[in-house]
Design a protein around this ligand. Sequence first.
Ligand code: XMP
Ligand code: MG
Length: 179
Amino acid sequence: MDRPQPEVLISADELDARVSALADDISRAFEGVEIVAMPLLKGAFVFAADLLRRIRGGVSVEFLGVSSYGEATESSGEVRLTLDAAAPLAGRHVLIVEDIVDTGLTLAYIQKLVSSRDPASVRTVVLLDKPSRRQTDVELTWVGFTIPDRFVFGYGLDGPGGLCRNLPDIVAHPSESDE
Ligand code: XMP
Ligand code: MG
């Protein structure tokens, strides 16, 4: 109850403008080419819904369910696939859509998994990048925002108790040590 109000780090308006710019860049890069967008659930669902509707050209969607944290906010390094793509990726141009990259372990695992299925190309768009905690090299083709090492939520990312994915802004608790 006496918990401080979340601080807005990136407002809905800023998200809206940046997502449009990313969609323009992606549309240009894939001009004349059909893509398979692969949002990682759950966190990327809001970002993907906004982004994909602004990409021009042929887009199909295959969801991947990924769980790396369990109940903790620290990455365990162990990635669990909770949902796999329904369609083959061989010969197709894949766009991995992720909400946030922290240690990089989740994305490294997914990029390796996708690449092993013989796609024509694999590119990655990530809304938020926290480079300060990287443990492994990952190639990010497009990044929305680079952010400091704080635990953030909203716009699809879950906050305390698994709540707050529905908030329109990216927020963080102000004076929290961010576990
Ligand atoms: P790694 O460490 O594997 O983590 O790059 C990527 C996944 O961890 C989650 N994550 C967060 N989720 N607020 C969240 O709600 C955060 O600040 C945060 N940092 C990492 C996220 O699920 C991402 O896919
Ligand atoms: Mg995630």
